[in-house]
Write a protein that binds this ligand. Structure first.
Ligand SMILES: NC(=O)c1ccc[n+]([C@@H]2O[C@H](COP(=O)([O-])OP(=O)(O)OC[C@H]3O[C@@H](n4cnc5c(N)ncnc54)[C@H](O)[C@@H]3O)[C@@H](O)[C@H]2O)c1
Length: 370
């Protein structure tokens, strides 16, 4: 039976990437759009016309309450995520919430609690841990291919959104919007962080958004230092301050080798593995160039249909949020913050990542004078 989707927030991610994912699930007979709502009349009516559903629902509560809605997608600006996801879980719906799951820890804690008690599953973006590339990197790390993890770098940035002011207002910002990806990835590899400090600020105080000059209130530039304990550190470099790059998204350095994920963690372009025992780089081309960062929706539908647990858990999203909030606070006063929360390792299930030997690439540089 096809699952009914209720969409709250019909802006840019809905009109583009999520609509594509919904379409591919719809033609497979797995979902149909049952209700849509956006506070913006034009966007709501446009989405309703596209999916041939009621154009004039009066609020998000009518989406959540609609009898044929099984799964609620929360795709609004960030400050609305927590309350909307809460209402949907309380109504027993399955929920996909875009990142961050909430903008306050109190709201996020409520969501975690509710997800444990509710009949509905809660899947929180970013969905990057689902990509075959990330899975392969995670499997290599867990298999001990690079030894004990010691240090890491991750980066994600671009010039910044031009279509919505809220990205630059309180409750927006590059850490919530971008840094959360790298933080989620690094913690999936290292486990929970123990401590955080950061430099966070506004590097471009005025921007043109929607054809209007606005003052920037929320961070657009951040370097975040994560402490995983036992002097194992990572740095996340993020911001609406990068025009282009050609560096790996994630570099993880272990006692026996190095692993790096190429491209961005939300759009991987393969990965590379150095093992001292091989004495060469193994280069793994992107296994699924068509993988989309909206795959979280397909995953949620899979889990509802099969009863399987979700790969990621709300506790992981809560941990990432605690880190982001701690980084913002440390950016204001320079004081490192302890991180209290934890989360379990992703549950990847029994399907194996295809073993692939990779292509060998030799590196003739040497640090020992040989
Ligand atoms: N744009 C991207 O590239 C991108 C990528 C990944 C994730 N995301 C996430 O997706 C979410 C949406 O981003 P976007 O770029 O589509 O933003 P957007 O501003 O284009 O769309 C958000 C929509 O939510 C609507 N909205 C706000 N409050 C609402 C409410 N209470 N009820 C119903 N609708 C409401 C707005 O009117 C707007 O149409 C954000 O959380 C963002 O972090 C964005």
């Amino acid at each position: 039976m096809s699952l009914g989707l209720g969409v709250i927030g019909c802006g840019s991610v809905f009109a583009g990437p999520y609509r594509g994912m919904i379409e591919s699930l719809r033609v497979a007979g797995r979902v149909h759009v049952a209700a849509v709502y956006d506070v913006d009349d034009a966007k709501r009516r446009g989405a309703a016309a596209h999916f041939d559903v009621h154009p004039d629902l009066l609020g998000p509560d009518q989406v959540v309450a609609a009898s044929d809605v099984d799964v609620v997608l929360v795709l609004t600006s960030m400050n609305e995520h927590g309350p909307l996801a809460k209402a949907a879980l309380e109504a027993g719906r399955h929920v996909l919430v875009e990142k961050p799951m909430a903008t306050s820890l109190a709201d996020a804690a409520e969501l975690v609690e509710l997800s444990r008690a509710s009949e509905g599953l809660l899947v929180c973006a970013p969905h990057i841990l689902l990509s075959p590339t990330f899975r392969a990197v995670h499997a290599a790390v867990r298999d001990g291919q690079v030894g004990d993890l010691l240090t890491a770098r991750a980066r994600y940035g671009w010039a910044g959104p031009w279509w919505a002011e809220w990205f630059y207002e309180q409750g927006g910002g590059s850490l919530f919007d971008l840094g959360v990806y790298n933080i989620t990835s690094l913690c999936a590899l290292f486990g929970p962080a123990k401590r955080v400090t950061a430099m966070v600020g506004v590097a471009v105080p005025e921007r043109d958004v929607n054809g209007r000059r606005i003052e920037v209130e929320a961070d657009d530039n951040a370097h975040v230092l994560l402490d995983f304990g036992d002097a194992r550190f990572a740095v996340v470099t993020t911001g609406f301050t990068m025009q282009r790059y050609r560096s790996p998204a994630i570099e993880v350095y272990g006692s026996e080798g190095t692993v790096q994920l190429l491209g961005d963690d939300w759009a991987p372009e393969g990965w590379e593995l150095w093992r001292n025992a091989d004495g060469a780089w193994r280069v793994f081309p992107e296994p699924d160039p068509h993988w989309q960062w909206t795959e979280g929706l397909r995953h949620l539908v899979d889990c509802v249909e099969t009863g399987r647990p979700t790969v990621t858990c709300p506790e992981h999203a809560y941990h990432a949020l605690e880190i982001v909030l701690a980084a913002q606070a440390a950016g204001r006063d320079g004081v490192a913050r302890p991180i209290a929360s934890g989360f379990p390792d992703p549950i990847y299930g029994s399907e194996l990542v295809e073993p692939d030997a990779g292509r060998l690439a030799h590196d003739h540089r040497s640090h020992d004078g040989l």
